[in-house]
Write a protein that binds this ligand. Structure first.
Ligand SMILES: [Zn+2]
Ligand SMILES: [Zn+2]
Length: 198
């Protein structure tokens, strides 16, 4: 699977990143060792980081790696990367990861649908602060579309702190979400959640 580097836009590949006594090593998905990324300076006798393995996207051009989730724990409602919890996915502007998951809503237990969102972000700058009233004028409707561009529903958020999480979603890929068809809950491509109680 191809994805783009979070930093330099080159194609990256998916690897396993493993902490071993010989160093921090990169393996391909078939378990073949590719190379050592750096030395291991932890205490080999006592440190339980030894053999710790993560899923990563790795760019050989700029040597950057990004951890990504490979499954979702529907009981504890958390994403995991090789069994460890992961709360944020850094490459959310360039790779659609959220639509890989089959998740039930943590508030009402319906299955989340593969949708995308649109909203009109009002920037927090001097000009807008002078001419608009804060925070009400800074909160716009969130329109939720299915993958065929049919409008499914519209949220009218009232909590600006919740709404502000959407400011990061500047690329089309980042607007992919898993959304509950019933309640006002969705999960963004960066794994952050949005929820407004009724
Ligand atoms: Zn790069
Ligand atoms: Zn729900």
């Amino acid at each position: 699977m191809e994805c783009k580097c979070v930093n330099c836009n080159c194609a990256t590949n998916l690897y396993k990143y493993k902490c071993e006594t010989s160093g921090y090593n990169l393996y391909d998905l078939d378990g073949i060792k590719i190379k050592k990324l750096h030395e291991c300076d932890i205490d080999l006798e006592t440190d339980n980081e030894i053999n710790d393995t993560s899923n990563i996207e790795y760019c050989s051009m700029c040597n950057i790696r990004v951890e990504y989730p490979d499954s979702y724990d529907n009981v504890n409602h958390s994403f995991t990367n090789n069994g460890k919890k992961i709360y944020y996915y850094e490459n959310f502007l360039k790779r659609n990861i959220i639509h890989n998951f089959d998740i039930s809503c943590k508030y009402c237990s319906n299955n989340l649908e593969k949708y995308r969102l649109e909203t009109n972000i009002i920037e927090e700058n001097d000009e807008n602060f002078e001419s608009l009233s804060f925070p009400n004028d800074f909160i716009n409707d969130i329109n939720i579309y299915d993958l065929n561009n049919n409008l499914i529903k519209t949220f009218k958020p009232h909590n600006y702190m919740e709404y502000k999480k959407l400011h990061e979603l500047t690329a089309n890929i980042s607007k992919n979400i898993l959304c509950c068809p019933i309640c006002k809950f969705f999960i963004m491509n960066n794994l952050q959640e949005f929820y407004e109680p009724e």
